[in-house]
Write a protein that binds this ligand. Structure first.
Ligand code: AMP
Length: 396
């Protein structure tokens, strides 16, 4: 892997694609600086090693227009505090003035370019725009995993101008190493737990995982499309009628690959989709007509726990119930705890996707799993088995 660890940055100008797409409130205060904090080690590596860092990112969706509310100037002060080095703000991301500031950068200095998406050329992956960005520096680092699935100028096309000096930053390196452990170099038994609301958004992931896993646990709203396809009564539970006919093919794929699909066996039901709903329990395939399943029941918890505890590799994406409602959080919490327990016993566990990350954070288990991916869309595409352009651009 082309990583930064052993690269000599002394005297080099280094263009780093970071992910500073942080949420800001109406007073332009950063409400969650996680992404900025995560980027610090890569930037520090470059400047402590005698290089100068030219940082580029997007914020929000300005759609090719300069808009003050999307300016990266709002984050300069906080970045300066995080790095302990004064960060200079560029007036744009390309152009003569920016080139001049970049040329005058000294070792150890940091320059932050203005929002890349003030130029429509960024998301179009425009060649000339990419070339202009590349002319600012000697080395290119991509450390923005969250945008690695986009063939944008700053994430992909620009890499071609650095044939011998393009590298993955620390965030990218750890994402790729961890994802490799659930996609390529897998220790068996391997269990994937896929939950969330819809089968439709994850069917390609399920198909890809069925060629790799020993166990596929299905939970959450999407389980009911499976249960109904198998002839069960699911009451008012979430279902995607269009996908009923696709379920048998998934079972065939599982059989072909010696993978077992585990569905819930019981269901915690509600009379309405509400945190104060009346709660009752039933078998998964005997849900009364006026009830909807919002969490897995205790027998399912035991079943899933058993499968998880016997696994050496665990991937979790998507909650197994409406964990946002206290009455329906137990199943998701139990899955999180089982994964933590298995991890303690030596399994490798990777948690990915907004809602499962939010869930383990809600139950304070973040430090008890092996890796939490920040990927979002990039992670989902990676799990679908796609080659991400931002990753391919560095590797080729
Ligand atoms: P997704 O974005 O597809 O990963 O879905 C995540 C959402 O699925 C969460 O907000 C959960 O509340 C929701 N969810 C989980 N289980 C159920 C269920 N049984 N019925 C409806 N929604 C659910």
């Amino acid at each position: 892997m082309n990583t930064i660890e052993n690269f000599d940055f002394k005297g080099k100008k280094v263009l780093i694609r970071v992910d500073f797409n942080v949420p800001l409130n109406d007073s332009f205060e950063i409400t969650d600086d996680t992404r900025m904090r995560k980027a610090v080690p890569t930037i520090k590596k470059v400047i402590d090693n005698g290089g100068s860092a030219i940082l580029m990112s997007h914020v929000g969706r300005p759609k090719g227009e300069v808009q003050d509310k999307f300016s990266l100037k709002h984050i300069v002060k906080h970045l300066t505090e995080l790095l302990g080095v004064e960060v200079k703000m560029a007036p744009d991301c390309i152009g003569d003035k920016v080139k001049q500031v970049a040329d005058n950068l000294q070792q150890g200095e940091v320059l932050l370019l203005e929002n890349l998406r003030f130029h429509a050329a960024e998301t179009k992956g425009d060649f000339d725009f990419s070339k202009k960005l590349s002319e600012l520096a000697d080395v290119y680092i991509n450390d923005a995993f969250g945008t690695a699935h986009r063939a944008h100028a700053s994430t992909t096309i620009v890499a071609d101008f650095f044939p011998n000096a393009k590298l993955f930053g620390y965030i990218m390196e750890s994402e790729l190493k961890s994802l490799d452990k659930v996609m390529e170099d897998v220790h068996k038994p391997y269990t994937a737990i896929i939950g969330g609301s819809k089968v439709s958004s994850k069917i390609t992931i399920i198909e890809n995982l069925l060629t790799k896993v020993d166990n596929l646990i299905i939970g959450g709203g999407m389980a009911f499309t499976f249960v109904k396809a198998n002839g069960g009564n699911i009451g008012n539970s979430l279902v995607e009628e269009d996908f009923l006919e696709k379920i048998p093919a998934l079972y065939e794929l599982a059989e072909k690959n010696n993978a077992k699909i585990h569905l819930p066996v019981d269901s915690l039901n509600a009379d309405k989709f509400d945190k104060d709903a009346h709660v009752s329990l039933s078998d998964i395939d005997k849900i009364p007509n006026d009830r909807m399943g919002l969490d897995i029941g205790p027998k399912t918890v035991d079943l899933f726990k058993k499968v998880i505890s016997q696994s050496k590799t665990i991937l979790w994406n998507g909650p197994v119930g409406v964990f946002e409602f206290e009455k329906f959080e137990e199943g998701t919490k139990a899955v999180g705890l089982s994964i933590a327990e298995a991890t303690k016993n030596g399994a490798f566990s990777l948690i990915g996707g907004g809602d499962s990350v939010a869930a383990i954070s809600k139950f304070d288990l973040t430090d008890q799993v092996s890796y939490v991916s920040t990927g979002g869309g990039a992670l989902l595409e990676y799990m679908e088995g796609k080659i991400l352009p931002g990753i391919a651009a560095i590797k080729k």
